[in-house]
Design a protein. Structure first.
Length: 255
């Protein structure tokens, strides 16, 4: 594998201000800046600037967990991707399964958000994944294909390098049930194949993260698979020791 491993933490709706200071105090280590993998953290919106201030000096990217499909206007409660760019943030997570299920986001809305965020110069972590019922009905690849085709419709080739795909099987998120190496590798290989054959992505450069109950003790097994280039981590990214260990493992596997 010749790709740089990307380990991003999705803090979801967790962490108070003190927790963030403690997190970075505990992570403070000279070796952080020397890690070879790419780290990233997505806190809640009000904490973006604080996290950026702490993360940037050690080479960790900062991003948002969601954004609006519009740049400005009467959209109470939404956050414009233009503001994310204005704050000099690096990336935005779009299409997370919690946005899809809890907030009813459709592939079409996700597509609008993706196109706008990319146009404004943000990196997009584009999330897809099947539910347990869909996997059991043998529909995994159909679901992934539809999410990719509808969600990435119209993305210009010049922006392919700004997209990271996060494969997050819904049944593995926050459950402690991690996909087996075979299940994860099969899905990742399918995604790489589909995006290179049908969307013109460069198969060697495309970064595909796995997400769903990634922990330090299962990360090496997943990240050493040929089509897994990183992880999108929920629970374990809240613990500085675990997150550091994931970054260390990612660096060991980064050429
Ligand atoms: P967990 O690592 O807590 O399973 O969450 C995964 C996730 O949803 C990351 O976006």
């Amino acid at each position: 594998m010749s790709r740089k491993i990307h380990i991003y933490g999705n803090w979801k709706m967790n962490q108070l201000t003190d927790d963030i200071y403690n997190f970075f105090d505990e992570m403070a280590d000279d070796s952080l800046a020397e890690l070879k993998c790419q780290g990233g953290i997505a806190p809640q919106f009000p904490h973006l600037s604080l996290v950026k201030e702490k993360a940037m000096p050690v080479g960790i990217k900062t991003g948002a967990q969601n954004c609006s499909h519009k740049t400005s206007g009467a959209f109470t409660g939404d956050t414009s991707p233009e503001v994310l760019k204005d704050l000099d943030l690096d990336f935005v997570i779009i299409g997370h399964s919690e946005r899809r299920t809890v907030f009813g986001e459709s592939n079409q809305l996700i597509n609008e958000k993706t196109l706008l965020a990319l146009e404004l110069g943000l990196e997009v972590v584009f999330c897809i994944g099947e539910t347990l019922a869909e996997r059991e009905a043998d529909k995994t690849f159909d679901v992934l294909r539809t999410q990719l085709d509808e969600g990435l419709k119209g993305v210009p080739a010049s922006k392919h390098g700004d997209i990271i795909i996060a494969y997050e099987p819904v049944w593995a998120i926050g459950t402690g049930v991690v996909a087996t190496p075979e299940q994860a590798q099969d899905a990742h290989a399918f995604i790489r194949e589909h995006l290179s054959n049908n969307h013109g992505f460069n198969r060697k450069e495309l970064i595909i993260q796995y997400g769903g109950s990634v922990k330090p003790d299962n990360a090496m097994g997943l990240l050493s698979l040929p089509d897994i280039d990183g992880a999108l981590v929920g629970g374990a990214s809240l613990k500085p020791g675990d997150f550091y260990e994931l970054l260390r493992i990612g660096s060991e596997l980064t050429p």
